[in-house]
Ligand binder design. Structure first.
Ligand code: ADP
Ligand code: MG
Length: 656
């Protein structure tokens, strides 16, 4: 009973403010729309329900109470479809309103502001000390409790609860935890509030890293095979290559060899921007595995990619007499006539066909972000003793690597093969179709090939954007029907293969496509990409798509088309004009969208993103990691001095 009570108190106190309002100093009433929210206080001079039918709204006009230099500023607050607001706000009240100001029919309005009534009769003398003349916490709503009430509850709990009961099983800071809790909820200054919050972010990251290191330790404790001692095949492959591997490729291969030779399972991430040459690193690793007598499997996220890898591998491996099998859901063409160590290439289908392998020694997962963490775990479970190499083309900020892939060792391909043509990226707002067509024609006339990318497969009733299917006949008219192909996710796999093959062989000059070509597709002769409705794609996705060009020696062009005038859209797209560095783009993406959007909360392992503002704080995440490492160094099984940390481990996460 008592302990349940304490748990509830902790839970309530862990409901941290989503933002603060400095109620010692309000914003001035603006005279024009604002880009950022403002916090205003004033008296309600008029409050009425307006509109009719579906567009009824409640409106309150607030007048500047300060009688400032500009006299009587006025702001209209509106709430649509929230009739109960008429019970909350009434004329004569003193209120605080927070929101972005826009202009509508000559009036300055805030739609759906966050609003709090502060009239004297609503707040007791004691209450005033909590709600006014200080930095005040604003919480995410808990249904049924209004801001003011919630603030009072938390204030009371903070001052009535025994500090000794508000503990975390590991002291991450020397400051008493209770003091940090107080500062987090009722900060004495903006800086001290943020500093206090860091403590709880650190606790949260520590818990995450504790789980990551735990999982890693458990995984590495399994026996692994010793592979990669024999390098005959690798040498033969290397001698046949018409070019040299990049230094980054060589370094990664060395790191992989070292891992494979260890009698514990490899658990490594190969991170490299699009076009950095991950495939050859994978190939090298697989050759090492089969040279030691094991099977090796490469799992691609799509049919197209599996096929493409198969073609590449066949080209390089046929001369070496290596057994190669393609296995996707659509195709099971190869029977295993050959015996002995084999390289398998496929999609998810590989996962569900464990009988396929005689002796799986190495698993490579390409383009990891397309697979969920769960699938990764399933695969690792299947080949408990296999070495695992995960390849990702999504450059993610360092802090997030440690969060999502923290259980993996990392090899970085931070260098691109020499002799690549430059990619010129240009943003065009509402250009003439004729100009676009002429440009495409000019490139095709020079024997190059083009991707014409659209966000949708089919016409949509809800989205006003041209789809690939609608655009296809138009492009056929413009460029000649026999020169243009259409590819999207709704085609049958054989059809996709055929179209892709026709494009690869040059039979088709232009490909009207959706994002099915997003990952991995490799046609070096294609040097032009026109991205229609570019604002509809995410930044990372645009970067991936652009990675389809600039793979040959020719100069390439990526044209981003948009009809949007929204500053956010333009800002996003112009990042791509400025840089082609995937890591820079990832950082920008993180800053623009926040980690939740990039990862999905499930993937990030952070069940709530209360600490989103800290997730780019690499130093903090490093600190969390080294604290976790120290714990395990002292107590690898968490059954000794750190037994109290055991409840922080979530067992159901993965591979064991
Ligand atoms: P990623 O999968 O990292 O995006 P790929 O492995 O598909 O990149 O390689 C991109 C292109 O670069 C391919 O056409 C490949 O043949 C070529 N390539 C890879 N490594 C080298 C290298 N060291 N020198 C020249 N070309 C290379
Ligand atoms: Mg690839």
């Amino acid at each position: 009973m008592e302990s349940a009570g304490i748990n509830n108190v902790s839970a309530v106190l862990a409901h941290f403010p989503k933002r603060y309002e400095d109620r010692r100093q309000f914003d001035r009433f603006p005279t024009q729309p604002t880009a950022k929210p403002v916090c205003l206080t004033g008296g309600v001079i008029d409050a009425t329900t307006k509109g009719f039918g579906k567009t009824r709204f409640y409106e309150a006009v607030i007048m500047d109470g300060s009688g400032g230099v500009f006299g009587s500023g006025k702001i209209t607050c509106r709430w649509f479809n929230m009739p109960y607001m008429s019970k909350v706000v009434a004329a004569g009240q003193q209120v605080i309103a927070y929101g972005k100001v826009k202009e509508q029919s000559g009036r300055l309005v805030i739609d759906h502001p966050e609003l709090e009534v502060v009239a004297a009769d609503c707040i007791s003398h004691a209450g005033a000390a909590i709600h006014l003349n200080r930095i005040v916490p604003i919480y995410r709503n808990i249904s049924g409790i209004n801001q003011r009430r919630l603030r009072e509850i938390i204030h009371t709990l903070l001052h009535s609860t025994d500090p000794a009961s508000l503990t975390f099983p590991f002291p991450v800071s020397e400051t008493p935890r209770h003091a940090d809790l107080l500062e987090t909820h009722f900060p004495s200054s903006a800086e001290s509030g943020k500093a206090a919050r860091r403590r709880f972010a650190l606790e949260s990251f520590f818990t995450l890293q504790l789980n990551v290191v735990w999982q890693r330790t458990r995984y590495l404790a399994h026996d692994g095979r010793v592979l990669g001692k024999k390098t005959t095949l690798l040498k033969a492959f290397y001698e046949n290559l018409p070019f040299d591997l990049t230094n980054a490729q060589k370094r990664s291969i060395r790191e992989i060899i070292a891992d494979m030779r260890q009698p514990r399972p490899m658990n490594r991430l190969l991170q490299g921007d699009v076009g950095s040459g991950k495939t050859f690193v994978a190939l090298a690793a697989m050759l090492l595995a089969i040279d030691s007598g094991a099977d090796a499997a490469l799992m691609a996220p799509s049919q197209i990619l599996a096929e493409q890898h198969f073609i590449t591998f066949r080209k390089w491996l046929e001369p070496l007499g290596v057994n190669l099998v393609l296995r996707t859901a659509a195709r099971r063409e190869e029977s295993r006539e050959t015996h002995g160590p084999t390289i398998f290439i496929g999609t998810h289908a590989l996962l569900y066909d464990p009988d396929l392998f005689t002796d799986l020694g190495l698993v490579i997962i390409d383009e990891q972000h397309k697979f969920g963490v769960v699938q990764r775990a399933a695969l690792i479970r299947q080949g408990t003793l296999a070495d695992v190499l995960v390849m990702t083309a999504t450059p993610i900020p360092r802090s997030l690597t440690m969060t999502i892939y923290g259980d993996l060792d990392v090899s970085l391909l931070d260098e691109k093969p020499a002799g690549r043509g430059k990619i010129i990226t240009a943003l065009r707002n509402k250009p003439k179709q004729k100009d676009i067509t002429d440009f495409v024609k000019a490139q095709l006339a020079g024997s190059r090939q083009a991707y014409l990318v659209y966000p949708l497969v089919d016409e949509s009733e809800t989205v006003r954007a041209e789809s690939a299917s609608e655009a296809f006949p138009k492009w056929q008219k413009r460029l000649g029907a026999e020169n243009v192909g259409l590819i999207h996710g709704k085609l049958r796999p054989e059809e996709k293969d055929r179209v892709m093959e026709d494009f690869r062989s040059g039979k088709l000059q232009a490909l009207v496509a959706t994002t099915v070509i997003e990952v991995g597709v490799d046609v070096p002769n294609a040097n032009l990409m026109i991205l229609h409705h570019a604002e509809r794609f995410g930044l990372a996705q645009l970067h991936q798509l652009r990675g389809r060009i600039g793979r040959g020696e020719h100069k390439s062009y990526c044209i981003l088309l948009t009809d949007s005038k929204l500053p956010e859209a333009i800002e996003k797209l112009s990042i791509l004009e400025k840089t082609s560095d995937g890591f820079e783009i990832a950082e920008a993406d993180l800053a623009l969208r926040g980690p939740g959007d990039i990862l999905g909360t499930a993937q990030s392992g952070l069940t709530d993103l209360r600490f989103a503002d800290f997730i780019t704080d690499t130093a903090l995440i490093r600190q969390a990691r080294s604290l976790a490492d120290e714990v395990f160094k002292k107590d690898p099984t968490l059954s000794g001095p750190h037994e109290t940390l055991r409840p922080l481990i979530t067992e159901n996460r993965g591979a064991d």
